[in-house]
Design a binder for this molecule. Structure first.
Ligand SMILES: Cc1ncc(COP(=O)(O)O)c(C=O)c1O
Length: 438
C-alpha cells in the first residue's frame, strides 16, 4: 500500500513522465541532506543519481544556502543586457580556471537545453562573422541528447524527442553512435570503436566540408544509455574537425564538474573542443544555470567585427542571474576545497569493481563505467523499457535507492561525496532489485 502524498497531484503536468502512471503511484521526495533523499513517508533514499546528474557536492550544502540567501538580500536581480553585476563576472573568471586551455569566455544560460542551442547559434554566427557564410550545416550523433530546444532535438539523435515535432533545423546529419556489442563489459573506456569517428569524413564528403559549421557530441553520452567514448574516438573527431576547419562542441552538461574525474571530460581525455556546454553541477543543482565555454578564437572573431553586439544577438533575461552566480561560486568553492573532482577519480577503481560484481546477475547484458558514472544494461523484456522500469520502481520502494532508467539501462551517477560504504549499499540495493525484477 503506497502512502498518500502530502499534496494533490492534479495540476502539475510533469516533464518526461508518464503522468497517468505516476499519479497512480506518486513517488514524492520531500527533503535531502548529503547522500540521502527523504520520501514523504519518512523513509531515507540513497541518492544514486545526484538528483539528475546535478548535486555533485551532495545535498543541502550550507555554504550554497548561505551564498544564495545573502545574494538575494544584497541584490535579487539585475538586467543582464548592457548592465553588469560582480557575481556573474567573478563566476566567469573562476570557471575558466577549470576549462581546457584557450576556452576563456563564458556565455551564461539557464539550462542545458539553452546551452546547447546557444552553442549552435554561436557556431553559426561565428562562421558568418569570419566570412564563411556557406558553413550552415551541423552534425550530431545518433543517441545524442542535447536538451529539448529545436536546435538540441535536431542535432540530438533521440527519436522519441523528435517524433511529435516535425519542424526541425534543416541541414543536420548524424554520426553513428559508439555502443558496440563487442565492447560489452569493458572496464572504463572501450578499446573498440575509435574507427566510428571516420564516418565524419563520409558525411563531409557528401556535403562538402566547406559547408559544415560544427559537430556537436557528448563526450560521454548520458541519456542515450551511458555510452563511454571508445579510446581514441574523440581524438579522431578532433583531428578531422581541425583538418576541415570545422568547430567541435562538447556537450558536458552531465560530464562537467567532476563527474568523470576531472573538471570536464575534455580535460580528462586531453581533447580540447572549441566550445563546451554545461549546466547541472555548475550550481550543484541548487539554482538553474547553464553556461557555454567559448574559445578565445571564436570570441575574438566577434570582437573584431564592426557591429559586435548584433553579430550574436542572443541572450536570456536570466543570463548570469546574480543568485545563480552566487550558487555557482559557492559550489566551486566546495568542489575546490574538498577536491571533489580528484575524489571521483580516486574512487573510480572501487566503483568499477563494485559495479562489475553485478555481471553474473540474471538479464545483465552489459556494464559500463567511467569516473563516478555507471550503467547496467538489462536484456529487454517483451516490451522495451519494462524491465528497466521494474528495477527502478523496486529500487525506490523496496531497496530505498534512487537510480535512473533509460529504457532498460539503469544509470548511476551518485554525488561525488559518496563513501566506499555507500557505494556498497547502492550496488547491493541495485542487486536486490535486479534479482526481484528477474
Ligand atoms: C548532455 C545533455 N545536454 C543537455 C541537457 C539538457 O539539459 P536541461 O534539462 O537542463 O535543459 C541534458 C539533460 O540531461 C544533457 O544530459
Amino acid at each position: 500500500m503506497v502512502a498518500q502524498p502530502p499534496v494533490s497531484t492534479d495540476s502539475f503536468w510533469m516533464p518526461f513522465t508518464a503522468n497517468r502512471q505516476y499519479k497512480a503511484e506518486p513517488r514524492m521526495l520531500v527533503a535531502a541532506e548529503g547522500m540521502w533523499y527523504q520520501r514523504h513517508d519518512g523513509t531515507r533514499i540513497l541518492d544514486g543519481t545526484a538528483g539528475l546528474w546535478c548535486t555533485n557536492a551532495g545535498h543541502g550544502r550550507a555554504a550554497i544556502t548561505r551564498a544564495v540567501s545573502e545574494q538575494i538580500h544584497t541584490m535579487d536581480y539585475a538586467p543582464p543586457f548592457q548592465m553588469g553585476h560582480p557575481p556573474a563576472f567573478e563566476l566567469a573568471q573562476r570557471l575558466v580556471g577549470h576549462t581546457p586551455e584557450g576556452l576563456n569566455q563564458v556565455f551564461f544560460t539557464n539550462s542545458g537545453s539553452e546551452s546547447a542551442d546557444t552553442a549552435l547559434k554561436i557556431a553559426l554566427a561565428y562562421q558568418r562573422a569570419r566570412g564563411q557564410h556557406q558553413r550552415t550545416r551541423l552534425i550530431g550523433r545518433d543517441k545524442g541528447y542535447h536538451g529539448v530546444g529545436f536546435g538540441g532535438i535536431s542535432v540530438g539523435g533521440m527519436g522519441n524527442n523528435r517524433r511529435a515535432f516535425p519542424v526541425q533545423l534543416p541541414g543536420v546529419d548524424h554520426l553513428p553512435h559508439t555502443l558496440l556489442p563487442e565492447a560489452a563489459f569493458s572496464r572504463g573506456m572501450p578499446e573498440q570503436g575509435a574507427h566510428l569517428a571516420d564516418a565524419l569524413e563520409d558525411i563531409l564528403a557528401l556535403h562538402g566540408p566547406e559547408n559544415v559549421a560544427a559537430v556537436m557530441v557528448e563526450p560521454m553520452a548520458g541519456s542515450g544509455g551511458v555510452i563511454i567514448p571508445p579510446r581514441g574516438y574523440l581524438q579522431r573527431l578532433r583531428e578531422i574537425t581541425l583538418k576541415h576547419d570545422i568547430l567541435l562542441i562538447f556537450d558536458e552538461v552531465i560530464t562537467g564538474f567532476g563527474r568523470v574525474g576531472e573538471a570536464f571530460a575534455a580535460n580528462r581525455l586531453g581533447v580540447t573542443p572549441d566550445m563546451i556546454t554545461a549546466a547541472k553541477g555548475l550550481t550543484n543543482g541548487a539554482i538553474p544555470m547553464g553556461a557555454v565555454f567559448v574559445s578565445d578564437t571564436i570570441h575574438e572573431a566577434f570582437m573584431q567585427g564592426p557591429e559586435e553586439a548584433i553579430e550574436l544577438f542572443h541572450g536570456y533575461t536570466y543570463s548570469g542571474h546574480p543568485v545563480a552566480a552566487a550558487a555557482g561560486l559557492a559550489s566551486l568553492d566546495i568542489y575546490e576545497q574538498e577536491d571533489l573532482f580528484q575524489r571521483a577519480l580516486e574512487l573510480e577503481a572501487y566503483w568499477e569493481d563494485a559495479l562489475h560484481s553485478l555481471r553474473d546477475l540474471p538479464n545483465v547484458k552489459d556494464i559500463r563505467n567511467m569516473g563516478l558514472v555507471g550503467a547496467v544494461e538489462l536484456e529487454a523484456d517483451d516490451k522495451p523499457g519494462a524491465r528497466g522500469y521494474r528495477v527502478y520502481r523496486h529500487c525506490f520502494w523496496e531497496s530505498n535507492a534512487l537510480v535512473r532508467c533509460s529504457v532498460d539501462t539503469i544509470a548511476l551517477s551518485p554525488p561525488l561525496i559518496i563513501s566506499q560504504d555507500e557505494i556498497d549499499q547502492l550496488v547491493a540495493a541495485l542487486k536486490k532489485s535486479i534479482l526481484a525484477a528477474a
